[in-house]
Write a protein that binds this ligand. Structure first.
Ligand code: SF4
Ligand code: SF4
Length: 425
């Protein structure tokens, strides 16, 4: 076992391969607060990559309703259970989120999926990665438990008001949509587990791919990926997964005009909740400080976007702005110790955060840099007992060649329909 640095865990971590980092890393942020569960992203991916015969169960990207939904069913609960068995003294983080970008969530005290397998090896040889192979039936219903809330409703649409352990007011009955795709992890479990070395991480953009010529369908990647985003296809007897629409990200897609473009699932999002980009990384996988890159800003400066199940240890490159109405305890086991701070900041965003949130889905081009121009104050109110002011600032997005892609304002324009077309659609 080698030692690598995992900044999401805030500590060195055991991993089967030596430390290696790409020049840039594919990453994305999804704002759960605004996802409407329309599945447009799911279908954009399916209609582009996995529509052929034999790919009926290939949902490279999906949107599931939490807490009960999952594809495959119960994928996260099962992995958490395994991790719990491997850490009988309990699973915990030490301390609180800190300013240090090498350990922004504190340090993980228990073993990750790469450090735990010896403990729970089932007879004979331990696997390289802690995991499980889902049963056939667990792959059969991609939207099982859609829109099912825990907590019970007193009457239809009465979500009530509760108070959770943190004193925050949360909904008594709640659910939320979790849009998922391969996280193109910095330490991919799929890659670590493949006995044929058929999985590789591209040095230019960190995208993780399965070489279909080399794959023999052993399903070790399916077993190892804690997010269950490597899927076995019976008709080809190989495993396949999200390819991050790499021709678009490279800028080699005919539509991309030579500059990096976002993936299909990101570009199709009608809720405007997704932003994908490329971040520069250091040799130890920490992010190079790049204050004006919107992803760097959301993850490391505003700290409103958090990794999904960082305790697994793969250093996923998918980040989520957690939903405001969900009990904090539930969110903390899913996104780590930064949840409370992230929710508070999102609930009353400062003017820069509000401006950066306007960048989501205004263009299909990848934004490498943004600038702000201050505008007048347009509104004032109180949020959680504190003064909140809104300014009509302008935010400008630039592509890789430092050309302006678009500019937009915080205040959305109001278009008044003329009398003549008052009722036309
Ligand atoms: S999410 Fe799973 S399939 Fe994707 S890179 Fe990480 S371990 Fe591999
Ligand atoms: S397209 Fe956007 S809003 Fe619709 S389900 Fe996907 S992430 Fe959510």
């Amino acid at each position: 076992m080698n030692t690598v640095y995992n900044w999401q865990l805030g500590r060195p971590m055991g991993y089967p391969y030596p430390q290696a980092a790409p020049k840039e890393q594919f990453a994305f942020v999804i704002n759960i607060n605004r996802c409407i569960g329309c599945q447009t992203c799911t279908m954009a991916c399916k209609s582009t990559w996995t529509f052929s015969k034999g790919q009926e169960h290939m949902w490279w990207t999906n949107v599931e309703t939490k807490p009960y939904g999952g594809y495959p069913q119960h994928w996260d609960v099962k992995t958490l259970d395994l991790l719990g068995q491997a850490n009988p003294r309990g699973m915990a983080w030490n301390g609180q989120p800190a300013a240090d970008p090498r350990a922004p969530y504190g340090a993980l005290q228990h073993k990750s999926i790469f450090e735990a397998p010896e403990v729970v090896a089932r007879g004979g040889q331990p696997n390289l990665v802690l995991g499980y192979l889902p049963a056939e039936e667990e792959w059969t219903a991609p939207n099982i438990h859609e829109d099912t809330p825990p907590g019970g409703l007193n009457k239809p649409m009465d979500f009530g008001r509760g108070e959770d352990a943190t004193g925050d007011r949360k909904h008594k009955a709640w659910f939320f949509y979790l849009a998922r795709l391969c996280n193109h992890c910095s330490y991919p479990a799929c890659l670590a587990a493949c006995p044929r070395n058929a999985i590789y991480k591209r040095p230019e953009d960190g995208i993780v791919l399965i070489d279909q010529q080399e794959c023999r369908g052993y399903r070790k990647c399916v077993e190892a990926c804690p997010y269950k985003k490597s899927l076995y296809r019976g008709t080809t007897r190989t495993s396949e997964k999200c390819i991050a629409c790499y021709p678009r990200v490279e800028g080699s897609d005919p539509e991309s005009d030579g500059v990096p473009m976002e993936t299909r699932c990101m570009a199709a999002c009608i809720g405007q909740v997704r932003m994908q980009g490329l971040v520069k990384v250091n040799e130890d996988s920490t992010w190079v400080e790049d204050r004006q890159n919107p992803l760097y800003y959301l993850v490391h400066v505003a700290k409103v976007a958090l990794p999904l199940y960082p305790q697994f240890g793969t250093e996923p490159n998918g980040y989520y702005i957690p939903p405001r109405w969900v009990p904090t305890k539930y969110l903390e086991q899913m996104f780590g110790p930064g949840v409370q701070q992230a929710v508070e900041r999102y609930r009353a965003p400062d003017r820069e955060l509000l401006a950066v949130l306007q960048l989501f889905r205004r263009s299909n081009r990848i934004i490498f840099r943004y600038e702000m121009r201050e505008g007048p104050k347009v509104w004032e109110t109180a949020v959680a007992g504190r003064k909140f002011e809104m300014f009509n600032d302008t935010v400008i997005a630039f592509d890789r060649k430092n050309r302006e892609i678009f500019r937009t304002q915080v205040e959305e324009p109001i278009h008044v329909r003329s009398e003549r077309h008052a009722n036309s659609i």
